[in-house]
Structures are given as structure tokens and as C-alpha cells.
Design a protein around this ligand. Sequence first.
Ligand code: C5P
Length: 308
Amino acid sequence: MKLKGSILIFLLGVTGIGLFWRADILSYFTLLAKRPCACDRCLSEGDSLFEQRFSKFDEPFLSVNYNLSEDNFNWWKSLQGRGQILSAYRETVERLFQLVPASAHVEASSPNRCRTCAVVGNSGNLMKSHYGPLIDFQDVVIRINRGQTKGYEADVGNKTTHRVMYPESAADLDNTTRLVLFPFKIKDLDWVTNVFSTGPSGRKSNFKFNKDLVMILNPAFMRYVHDVWLQKKGFYPSTGFMTVVLALHICDEVHVFGFGADSDGNWSHYWTKLMNKNLKTGPHPGGEEYKMIVELAKHQILKFYTGW
Ligand code: C5P
């Protein structure tokens, strides 16, 4: 009798544990499936600063059907393109999308994947940093303007999946690197089309990039970065800071390298000696941008590597 009682208690115990365990496992997997990504921490998982600032911008890239508002166009043309008119912008964009993909390729977020990205600015603080392997370890490596790799592999790596640039900062790209065009005026949008058309001399432009891998930053996104992230400070955001905010839109985990002025407050580069000692941070609010990156790092929204 005593034995039967013990067996009954044992069986009830085992069944109870089994039921609880199953419920736990089920809720664990339900939670996992609800997470936006598979990283330890996903960008959109609540943080007060993040929620406050990161009202996500829906279309960071231009697409064939995107309609830039007149208000945003007027803000954009005040940067470098005074005297331009909206109808000319629209015609240029229409021509451009006859050549490049109708929408930019961005890998979608998924609970099964952790999209890690390195944003590599051009600061001299990369010198002797030995960040190369860490940069190359990320899925996406975004370099900016003329950021070099040859001869600097130990400090900056050699992988480039995306290159942010505009005509004045353009360099040749290999066939697998995505060109992320930051247009500051209508001529910049025309530049892409012109590279692939035969000019009056009968020759195509010398620049090399794969037209099927072109992505174009939305001018309205530039304004959003200036208004929302920098509270309208400075004339307009730097290419590097806009790239950091862009990465926060297309990656689950963002690693930031190569940002920060030298001891004289100048934006010097890691591959060359600075000639213009009065460069400072140009028309950009470099100090504010740096403070924001530091704050984002403090809130673990991104990882910031400050070099040596
Ligand atoms: O000089 P460049 O514009 O090509 O550099 C790319 C970006 O890297 C800049 O727009 C700026 O945001 C960042 N930068 C920096 N500190 C430097 C040099 C560049 O933060 N010393």
C-alpha cells in the first residue's frame, strides 16, 4: 500500500514537471520567434534613447515609386543645388531608374539571422588600431568615400561589401561591391547615368562600378538625420554620420570604427598627412555627431571602437 502511494506520488510529480517543462520550452520558442533578429541584442528591442530618437525612417533609399515631397526637395536643394527645380529632379530620377534596380537591395531582418555591420569612417585613429580582422568579421562592411584598404589591412581590413560615395569622392569599385550613392544635388544623380552612357567624345566615363548593385540614399533621409538625430545642428550631417544612422536601419548589430577628430580638432585621414590644418569638421557638426555616437554606444545601441 505504502509502495503504491509512493509510485503514485512519483508519477504525479514526473507528469507535473513534464507539463511545466513543456510550457517553459514552448514559451521560450514563442519568445524567440517573436524577436526581430538572432543577435544577443536586436536594435529595435526597447531602450528609451533608442525609442526616442529612432523613429525609424521607412524608406532610407530611393525607389522607382518614391515621391519626394516639395518640402523635402527644397531642404535638399539648399545643401548644394540652389536654383534646381523639382521637375528636373523627377526627370533625372526617372532616367536613373531605367538603369539601376527599381529598389535597393537590403537583406530583410529575420528571427533566424543576425545582420552584423561595420561602418568604417576615415579617422586617423585607425592607424595602428589592429581592427582589421574585427572589421572583416562583420557580414556587411561599409566604407566611405576614398577610405583605403591596400597597405592598411591590419588596421582596417580588406573586405568592402558597400561603398558610400558621391561623384567628387568616387573611386572604382569591383564587380561585387554595392555603390551607395549619397546624392547632394541633381548632378550627382545624373552622374550614375552618365557613367554608363557614351559621351560626346564617344567614350564612356572611366569610373567602374556594377550598375545592378547601385543603391541611392533618399534625400529625405538626409533631412531626417539632420532634424531628428542632430536636432538641426550644423549645416548638414556628414557622410559618415548619415552612414551610421543608415546602418542602424539596415543592420541588427552595428560596429562603428574610424570616427573622431585629431588632437587639433581636424578630420584627418588614416592614410595621409593632413595639409589643411584649419579643416576642422567642415560644414558638419562633427562634435555633435561624435557625442551622439558615444551616447548610442553608452546605451548599447551600437559598438564604438575609438582606436588608439
Ligand atoms: O573625410 P571623409 O568624409 O571621407 O570621411 C568619412 C567620414 O568619416 C566623415 O564624413 C566623418 O563622419 C568621419 N570622420 C571622422 N573623423 C575623421 C575623419 C572622418 O569622424 N578624422
